[in-house]
Design a protein around this ligand. Structure first.
Ligand code: ADP
Length: 535
């Protein structure tokens, strides 16, 4: 049958069959909220009725500036289900970038959490196209604010009917919109369809991927404003899993409390979040007894972090890779018989890689002329991907330079080994070119954070009079640590080739990050551009 895929069908299914599952939220207003998929469906339908009355029609973009909560989940389904587009806005972007994307997307309504109301107040005169602002709270918590046309979320839906018939439309209809953080130039919009979102969710929840099922209690720390929390709001209800939403509590103590109280089994987030969590658990002699797996992605997972998760806390680390343009899931390192029986050294070497493509994603590496390179685990090349949930262009943007011959150039440089494991060497703009050879800044950083005194490390290529570029290592030390530059260099010396060793190590108090938590290397390079030229 030619039944078209519609995101709303996921919630209809979950409401009917996943009756044991819970959606638990640490509320922005304080306290814990819990309900089931049936309640979520009813409230999504109430919201769809309310949005229809507000004049929202198919194709309209509806913005959200919000944490991971049950209300954000309801918006995902109501907006996409009625044929409009859920546009998640990353509140960590600069104000001028938020103005740019709200106007570029032409958002008609914006849903906003209490935390981010001041952010919108500051730019309200520059986003005049927005017809209404819905504050995601109840009447008792409504703030004083100077936004025009303000509506309280609970008031908006309170009187609405729970009956709503989702419209039928082509599965290629736009459902979600997410902008890349854009370290240079303006952010670029990536549009997801009902079809791409559902295929991505079906593939990612399988046991050979995120391994979600009715017994899972999945805690996505990765924000719903960053590539839809890696698709968990769609994958979990398909799999029958419960979801634990952390709200605004992203620090180690809040996460630990939620994991422990709610018996979370699967966690997903970026390395910096896990650093905070692990430091906290170490400090209180805590445990992660309920947790089976932790997905680490968005930046390379350091070996030291994976060892701590698996050896100290008995949690299987799943190293994953992807990007906004890929919905985001591209590859991951799932458990296999080979990995299970391999000795520790071999296993760690494999798990340090970004993994094998999930079903639906094809990967290859190519040279500067886009000619395929061998999968020998050694040859570096530009990583190209294609598949049904990979973008074919940017929204209202003519730049097609990354889309060539039916493939998308990820901007990453990687190797692929004969078993199909892909390893990111670097972003192509971050790879260090020293005397005609390439050095991986990521690999150096991963080794550096393995040193006991190091909290965070950043390696950049800096112009050098003799070698073109040489690596510079910046390090944030642990409080009270006394290590020296010589200690760090000695520590690295038996781990990488001699010519990879950074020429200098600088100790710093902080490092700049992008809105999605990655090291902002453009800024570091600019700050240290003359470091080796002045020697
Ligand atoms: P942004 O909006 O900041 O570009 P994305 O989340 O789309 O955010 O970033 C995607 C990029 O993040 C990838 O192209 C890759 O460079 C990096 N990345 C993601 N996961 C990993 C990983 N496991 N290891 C190394 N780099 C990663």
């Amino acid at each position: 049958m030619d039944k078209q895929l519609n995101i709303a069908d996921i919630l209809e299914y979950a409401a009917q069959y996943n009756t044991d599952a819970e959606i638990v939220t640490r509320q922005v207003e304080g306290g814990i909220h819990r309900y089931g998929y049936r309640d979520a469906l009813d409230r999504s339908k109430q919201l769809a009725n309310a949005l229809t009355k507000l004049g929202v029609v198919e194709g309209d973009r509806i913005g959200t500036l919000a944490w991971n909560t049950y209300r954000h989940f309801e918006i995902y389904y109501a907006v996409s289900g009625m044929g409009a587009v859920t546009h998640t806005i990353n509140p960590r972007l600069f104000a001028e970038q938020i103005v740019y994307i709200v106007n570029h997307a032409d958002d008609q309504v914006i849903f906003v959490d209490l935390t981010f109301v001041p952010l919108l107040e500051a730019v309200k005169d520059q986003i005049k196209g927005v017809k209404a602002f819905v504050i995601m709270t109840d009447a008792a918590h409504m703030p004083q604010c100077n936004l025009p046309n303000v509506i309280c979320y609970e008031d908006l839906i309170a009187q609405e009917s729970k009956d709503y018939t989702w419209p039928e439309f082509d599965e290629k209809t736009a459902a979600g919109l997410c902008y890349t953080s854009g370290t240079t130039g303006n952010p670029k919009g990536v549009m997801y369809s009902h079809r791409s979102t559902i295929l991505h969710a079906l593939s990612s929840c399988r046991s050979s991927a995120l391994d979600l099922g009715p017994m899972s209690r999945v805690l996505p720390v990765v924000p719903m404003f960053h590539v839809c929390a890696w698709g968990i709001p769609y994958a979990a209800p398909i799999a029958g899993a419960s979801i634990v939403f952390p709200g605004a509590g992203m620090d180690g103590a809040s996460l630990y409390e939620l994991i422990d109280d709610e018996k979370a089994t699967s966690l997903l987030g970026v390395p910096t979040v896990w650093l905070g969590l692990l430091n906290y658990i170490d400090s209180i002699n805590g445990h992660l007894d309920t947790v089976d797996s932790v997905v680490i992605g968005g930046s390379a997972a350091p070996r030291s972090m994976m060892e701590k998760f698996s050896e100290k806390y008995g949690v299987f680390p799943i190293h994953a890779w992807g990007m906004t343009e890929m919905s985001p899931m591209g590859s991951l390192c799932a458990m296999t018989p080979y990995l299970d029986s391999a000795d520790k050294e071999v296993r760690m070497k494999i798990q340090a890689k970004q993994g094998r493509a999930v079903f639906g994603v094809e990967m290859r590496i190519v040279d500067d002329n886009d000619q395929p390179l061998p999968n020998d685990g050694k040859t570096f090349g530009k990583l190209m991907v294609r598949g049904p949930w990979i973008a074919s262009g940017y929204y209202k943007n003519d730049d097609r330079s990354a889309f060539r011959d039916g493939w998308f150039d990820t901007g990453d440089v990687s190797t692929i080994d004969p078993l199909g494991y892909m390893q990111i060497v670097d972003r192509s703009k971050d790879v260090i070119k020293s005397g005609g050879e390439w050095i991986s800044s990521i690999e150096l950083e991963n080794y550096a954070v393995g040193h006991d005194d190091v909290v965070e490390a950043c390696v950049v290529g800096i112009a050098h009079p003799k070698w073109d570029e040489r690596p510079l290592l910046l390090v944030i030390k642990k409080d009270g640590a006394s290590c020296t530059k010589e200690d760090i260099i000695a520590y690295l010396s038996d781990k990488v080739a001699k010519w990879w060793i950074p020429d200098d190590v600088v100790f710093v108090d902080s490092l700049p990050h992008t809105a999605t938590g990655k090291l902002l290397k453009t800024e570091v390079r600019a700050q240290y551009e003359n470091h080796y030229l002045n020697e």
